[in-house]
Write a protein that binds this ligand. Structure first.
Ligand SMILES: *Cc1c(COP(=O)(O)O)cnc(C)c1O
Length: 427
């Protein structure tokens, strides 16, 4: 693939104003902003746990859109929901009711402790809404208190406020000035939270399992302690379940796994199973938006809500979450055995959100080998493996929730082969 040069700018057709394409065989990707290091492959098709690129190589996918594709690639129920809804109604207006939004909000509330829902288009937007809701609640009930205690290494999104709420190293001075009002405590250190509570505090916000930081779970005792602190000081407890929600940990929501209910919860990733939808959910006492406080052109559009309904119906079907827990336990056990075999580090996580500590900064090399050079299966088979390295020495595993144990076995074989290839030896 070639990118066009300044010389080509001179080749603008004077009649149409269009520049010639840089390559006649492949479209150049130079027109996409270069916001991350992407491999050269162009992905063209997916099915379940498998992806295909434009060169005909096939990949076993344990990234799944970053824990987005709840039911794997291109599941029939999402295709059918999109086809049916797109023939009926795309967007009436966010200021009109539509049937899929009503049904999905009702379903989310009936299966949780929450009373009302505001739909968004992303996780960052859901968290931005949670921050606004907490600040509004502080204006009404806490004399204008607005500080939300968040955590080191947290990830809440890439809008200005959610970047400020995040505790990602280096983000505190990127795009300065920060949005203020997000003092940082340490995960699983209740005293560090207690020390930050003051007259300006309105809420505590966290991921029950920090995903982007490399899968670090809060302990049940810590979450219970946060609940007690919130009750004692009149604060809202906010769970960012953008990554942990919709069955990822083997229960519909992570708060059910930990047995601690928040006042506000956000969802995104898995709710759409591959399409953009998020949600902000709150208990009645925290539903304080007045007309004009919150909105958005595409929010609660029937097309995405119809997909959310299809995903929820599948995840709530008899036996589905039991299977997630069983496969998650199997994945955890196999990772632990591999770690022992190669003398690697800790295996972390719950359900189908797992991480393996490699002990050395070689995660990127393992990921690259698995994607580019691995031959998974029979010799000559053009099959690779997609893995994620959220930190230099950590691999994260977030397969489709309907991944099979045979596919887990396939991933483990590929991972072992890639470890061998980058020079890690068995102990
Ligand atoms: C991915 C993620 C977000 C951001 O969601 P976007 O849809 O990318 O805006 C927020 N919080 C958590 C925990 C996430 O994993």
């Amino acid at each position: 693939m070639t990118i066009d040069t300044p010389a080509m700018a001179a080749l603008v057709d004077p009649d149409t104003g269009v520049r010639p394409q840089a390559s006649t065989t492949l479209p150049s990707h130079a027109a996409l902003m270069d916001i991350t290091a992407r491999p050269e492959q162009v992905f063209v098709r997916g099915e379940g746990s498998w992806l295909w690129d434009d060169r005909g190589r096939r990949y076993l996918d344990f990234v799944q859109g970053w824990a987005v594709n709840t039911l794997g690639h291109a599941p029939a129920c999402i295709r059918d929901a999109l086809a049916q809804q797109s023939g009926l109604l795309l967007t009436p207006s966010p200021a009109y009711y539509n049937a899929p939004a009503i049904a999905l909000a009702d379903m989310l509330c009936r299966h949780s402790v929450f009373d009302q829902v505001f739909f968004t288009n992303s996780g960052a937007e859901a968290n931005e809404g949670a921050i606004k809701l907490a600040r509004k609640w502080g204006q009404l009930h806490k004399g204008g208190a607005h500080e939300i205690i968040t955590f080191g290494n947290a990830f809440h999104g890439r809008s200005l406020a959610t970047m400020s709420a995040s505790g990602k190293p280096g983000w505190d001075h990127m795009f300065a000035p920060q949005v203020s009002g997000f003092p940082k405590a340490r995960l699983n250190d209740l005293a560090s939270v207690q020390a930050l509570i003051g007259a300006n505090s309105v809420a505590i916000m966290l991921e029950p399992v920090q995903g982007e930081s490399g899968v670090h779970a809060a302990t049940p005792a810590f979450l219970q302690g946060l609940r007690e602190l919130c009750d004692a000081h009149g604060l809202l407890l906010i769970f960012d379940e953008v990554q942990t929600g919709i069955g990822r940990l083997g229960r519909l929501f992570a708060y059910q796994h930990f047995g601690v209910a928040p006042d506000i919860m956000t969802l995104a990733k898995g709710l759409g199973g591959g399409v953009p939808i998020g949600a902000l959910l709150a208990r009645q006492s925290a539903c304080v938006f007045a007309h004009g406080d919150q909105g958005g052109t595409f929010n609660g559009n029937p097309l995405m809500c119809a997909v959310g309904l299809a995903v929820m119906q599948t995840v709530l079907a008899e036996g589905f979450l039991d299977q997630v827990r069983a496969t998650g336990d199997y994945l955890g056990k196999r990772l632990e055995a591999l770690s022992a075999q190669y003398g690697l580090g800790e295996v972390r996580g719950v359900g189908l959100l797992r991480a393996l500590e490699l002990g050395q900064p070689m995660a990127a090399a393992v990921v690259a080998h698995a994607r580019e050079d691995l031959v998974l299966g029979a010799a000559g088979d053009n099959t690779g493996l997609l893995l994620n390295a959220p930190r230099p020495s950590v691999l994260r595993f977030m397969p489709a929730l309907n991944v099979t144990t045979a596919e887990v076995d396939g991933m483990m074989d590929g991972l072992a082969a890639s470890l061998d290839a980058v020079g890690v030896s068995k102990v």
